[in-house]
Design a protein around this ligand. Structure first.
Ligand code: ADP
Ligand code: MG
Length: 622
């Protein structure tokens, strides 16, 4: 028999290897940004066209490449960052595998323009699918411009596998965030289809976080700092009250490299124990510095997972450091000397002199004066202590009004569950699980609705049932008929970050179908003029925040996936909460409307809505 094993030609090997490093446009963005950082750039510009499918370009002012190196850079395992095997254990750079450029050039049209500081001219190379098309001398400023066009032009299957522009753009922005947050000392700009998406000047960590996620983030951060022999921890965690329902802003950086670590994530959650309910996740931006010898970053081609030598010690330290910071923050305001004073002082107070508070003393006051009537002390606006006193009566009524307001809030919460009377298709009652027409209902623990069916009973989770009902209604609103809207007397103006604004604009048409009405959507502000009738004004900010974080989390494709996620997220926010008392009539409506739904068994997120207990099963219990 003849031999059949042969070595793969280079370009095929490169294409296969590319699959590991280059999964989508955002992988290219990550590699190019990291190369620019490794080259010592202080200014990095990222240009994207059509979600990176048409163009990804990174312009840096780093040290550039010599003519020979420019060509060498595209060879597999060509790197300037490792000389000998031992170097692998003291890595300070982002790259070191020498794979990125070779992999990218195997699956795209690549152009490299580069010049070193002291050279007169630079080098320009074009490569298409691993083939060098041209190499010339050219005029270009110091640094490197790397352009990647027509990604996956030679692998149609990969190209078709790419998601919508919105999804791919979000992946790119995620990578951009990670790199930009890891390097606040570098100035970054990002443009998409010619529009500036981010302009981040060189700054400190806190300012960088605020510049990326919006000004409202500033007040939500609690500084964390600790230094031991094993690790240096710096950064911020979000105050517990601003925790999000979904995992969004959770960042670990180890030696300035973004990493994913479920284990360390657990350490942070453990530090928040007792401060958060289990439905929300803490936000954090944590920068760890460890001796490169004590970690292994070589275990994954994209280098987002790393192994620590003393993981357990790290876990314990992280947990206690964060706990300590949160404790400090709860008892006393933390002094943060690192802060940029300009960010903290309200504009109108800048450069103003401090006026010392004046204590007024009533010199004429004489406690022994006759007209005090012996025992009766004259409590005028100036008391014997001499402190000026507010004339107002003790605000007892305000105390009560608080309680009333709370009561009212509870009531409105219940009344937002507007159960329209909707005739229930009687044929549904013939289904086994559907309640009998003469069914009685009652509420258990303000959480379950219990009702009788032909041969037993149903225990229905009220929140889940209502979620299902609203979900189907919202889907109908978005796709068929517009939902009812109520105009707000005073439009709400809500703050959002630039990134979130982009999402709101994208979702606006759908949100309007559900009854939202938007006014101006501008720089970090969204004006809400009308809301769906099933909502109250107070619920809007939380609902929108959850919606955005759901979208950042799941990143759905355009089309039905998007509609579905929107309806799911809104339904969950709007549905009656557990713990809400429902009137008998409302309970009955809830049950009837549930069984008028197309799908009655599970919520849109596939959670069971009710359980049945048959008479037989009950029998067996006796
Ligand atoms: P790695 O980063 O793992 O070394 P790459 O394939 O990403 O491998 O890059 C190969 C080499 O090309 C790098 O080691 C570096 O010397 C050089 N290089 C890549 N991008 C740049 C850049 N923007 N500026 C200067 N040199 C670069
Ligand atoms: Mg690299």
């Amino acid at each position: 028999m003849s031999d059949i094993i042969k070595l793969l030609p280079d370009h095929v090997a490169n294409q296969i290897a590319a699959g590991e490093v280059v999964q989508r446009p955002s992988s290219v963005v990550k590699e190019l940004l990291e190369n620019a950082i490794d080259a010592g750039a202080t200014t990095i510009k990222l240009l994207i066209k059509e979600a990176g499918k048409v163009l990804i370009q990174v312009i840096d002012n780093g040290k550039g490449l010599s003519e020979t190196d420019a060509r060498m850079a595209f060879e597999r395992h060509a790197t300037s960052k490792i000389n000998q095997a031992e170097d692998l254990f003291k890595i300070q750079s982002k790259g070191f595998r020498g794979e990125a450029l070779a992999s990218i050039a195997a699956v795209a049209h690549v152009e490299l323009k580069t010049k070193q500081e002291n050279e007169e001219t630079g080098t320009c190379i074009t490569i298409e699918g691993s083939k060098v098309i041209s190499q010339e001398v050219c005029v270009t400023p110091k640094g490197t411009v790397l352009s990647v066009k027509n990604l996956f032009f030679n692998i149609p299957a990969r190209r078709n596998f790419l998601k919508s522009d919105a999804v791919e753009t979000r992946h790119i922005i995620d990578e951009f965030h990670r790199v930009a947050l890891a390097h606040p000392e570098i100035s970054f700009t990002m443009l998409h289809n010619g529009n500036e998406v981010f302009r981040l000047p060189a700054s400190n960590q806190r300012q960088r976080i605020v510049n990326v996620f919006g000004i409202k983030t500033n007040e939500k951060l609690v500084p964390v700092e600790e230094e031991t022999d094993v690790v240096k921890i710096k950064g911020f965690v979000g105050k517990p009250e601003f925790a999000k329902r979904t995992r969004g802003e959770q960042f670990f950086f180890v030696n300035d490299r973004f990493i994913k670590s479920p284990y360390l994530n657990h350490a942070v959650s453990a530090a928040f124990e007792g401060l958060l309910n289990d439905k929300v996740h803490p936000r954090y931006f944590l920068y760890l510095s460890v001796d490169p010898q004590r970690i292994d970053i070589n275990i994954h081609p994209t280098k987002t997972e790393i192994k620590f030598d003393d993981e357990h010690a790290l876990y314990a330290m992280l947990r206690s450091t964060i706990k300590h910071s949160l404790g400090q923050f709860n008892v006393a305001p933390v002094l943060d000397f690192d802060r940029d004073a300009g960010m903290e002082v309200p504009y109108q107070y800048k450069n103003k002199h401090v006026i010392a508070p004046v204590i007024e003393v009533d010199h004429t006051f004489n406690p022994f004066a006759e007209d005090n009537g012996g025992v009766k002390v004259n409590v005028s606006s100036k008391t014997s202590t001499g402190f000026k006193h507010d004339k107002r009566e003790p605000t007892w009524d305000a105390l009560y009004s608080g309680i009333q307001a709370e009561k009212q809030e509870q009531q409105t919460e219940a009344s937002t569950v507007t159960f329209e009377t909707e005739e229930v298709n009687s044929s549904i009652f013939t289904k086994n699980t559907a309640p009998a027409p003469e069914a009685t209902v009652f509420q258990l623990q303000r959480k379950f609705i219990v009702t009788t069916v032909k041969n037993g009973m149903l225990v229905i989770d009220q929140h889940r049932a209502h979620t299902r009902i609203l979900y189907e209604e919202l889907l109908k609103n978005i796709t068929v008929s517009t939902g009812a809207s109520q105009q707000l007397l005073f439009p709400l103006s809500l703050p959002f970050s630039g990134n979130e604004i982009g999402l709101i604009v994208e979702l606006k048409p759908m949100l309007e179908q559900t009854g939202f009405l938007f006014g101006e959507i501008a720089n970090e502000q969204v004006e809400v003029k009308g809301i769906p009738t099933m909502l109250t004004e107070g619920e809007v900010p939380i609902l929108l925040e959850k919606l955005l974080s759901d979208f950042q989390q799941e990143v759905p494709d355009a089309g039905f996936e998007q509609t579905d996620l929107l309806a799911r997220s809104l339904a969950d926010s709007m549905a009656v909460r557990n713990g809400t008392l429902l009137a008998q009539e409302e309970q009955l409506q809830l049950v009837n409307r549930l069984f008028a739904c197309k799908e009655t068994l599970t919520t849109p997120s596939n959670k069971q809505i009710f359980i049945t207990l048959t008479a037989e099963q009950l029998e067996r219990k006796f």
